[in-house]
Design a protein around this ligand. Structure first.
Ligand code: SAM
Length: 286
């Protein structure tokens, strides 16, 4: 097992890299894994195409890294979750993004491995991409599982005060001074600064990541992300005064992430710049 060298993105495959990490070495994991939305071989970018079994014209990413057979995806999910559970401190916790395409598989493996699901959060995206074919409802949410390592004692950190009394005035479903619920109303739009060094097809907005980090970690804690993409989780960690470590297997995304991290400055505000298009615009990707 190697000592953790923090505040960097490792360009590698995450399961093999996580196997080198010490037990109970990170405080918070934010995992935004491939959703396996690109399976089925070649796909033409045409919103009128009906994709059997994949939720119609769901906004697909069609990337090689997102294209597994069902069996391979099951195996991959089991492997990365096993390592995530091992490297997570008993006082830590883990946020996992997904949609109905993959979150059921993740949920089942969490239960099989003894990872406890603390909450299932619905991330409501009021600016979701419309269903152009008009043959089904417009998909407008993602699911996030918040989990702890499992075991007899529940030691995970939760900033209840922030969850109740933080400034969430951008969220139409969070009443000031009331307990935070499991439906979060957060625009998927990215600010210009989030896209300044290149784009990733499934980039997450800093707004939701800062919320997750502040709810479940303290300043100075280590935030780890096995699927770093353009580095959003690491950028959010740096901005909020946490240490970070990310793994990403595509070099071009590592380069975007490194540029973003180089320019990221301390900014704990999770409101972000409020612009009209946050509420009326349509996001380009799920
Ligand atoms: C859903 S995206 C994450 C996007 C990220 N949250 C952001 O905001 O940019 C998943 C990322 O995981 C990477 N990836 C997929 N499989 C991987 C693996 N086995 N090891 C490391 N990275 C992987 C992909 O290249 C992709 O960039």
């Amino acid at each position: 097992m190697s000592e953790l060298v923090l505040d960097r993105i490792i360009n590698a495959e995450c399961v093999s890299e996580m196997r080198k990490m010490p037990d109970s070495s990170v405080d918070l994991i934010i995992a935004d894994p491939p959703y396996n939305l690109s399976k089925g071989g070649e796909w033409k970018w045409d919103n009128s195409v009906e994709l059997k079994g994949l939720g119609g014209n769901w906004n697909k990413v069609m990337q090689d890294w997102d294209n597994y057979s069902f069996e391979a995806y099951m195996q991959f999910t089991k492997e990365w979750l096993t390592e995530a559970q091992r490297i997570l401190k008993p006082t830590g916790s883990m946020w996992i993004f997904g949609t109905y395409h993959n979150i059921g598989i993740i949920n089942v493996y969490c239960q099989m491995l003894g990872i406890e699901i603390i909450n299932e959060v619905i991330w409501y995206k009021r600016n979701a991409f419309p269903n152009l074919a008009g043959r089904r409802l417009t998909a407008s949410h993602e699911t996030v599982l918040w989990c702890n390592k499992g075991g007899k004692k529940r030691e995970y950190y939760f900033d209840y005060e922030y969850s109740k009394n933080g400034d969430f005035s951008y969220d139409g479903l969070k009443a000031p001074g009331k307990q935070m619920r499991t439906v979060w109303d957060i625009s998927n739009n990215k600010e210009r600064s989030e896209l300044a060094y290149g784009k990733h097809p499934t980039q997450k907005p800093l707004r939701i990541l800062k919320r997750m980090i502040k709810l479940a970690s303290k300043k100075g804690d280590v935030v780890f992300t096995p699927f770093a993409g353009s580095g959003s989780e690491c950028v959010a960690a740096k901005m909020t005064g946490r240490r970070y470590l990310g793994i990403e297997m595509e070099k071009e995304y590592c380069e975007i992430a490194e540029e973003r991290l180089l320019h990221a400055e301390s900014n704990e505000d999770d409101m972000g710049q409020m612009t009209l298009d946050m509420f009326t615009g349509v996001s380009s990707k799920c």
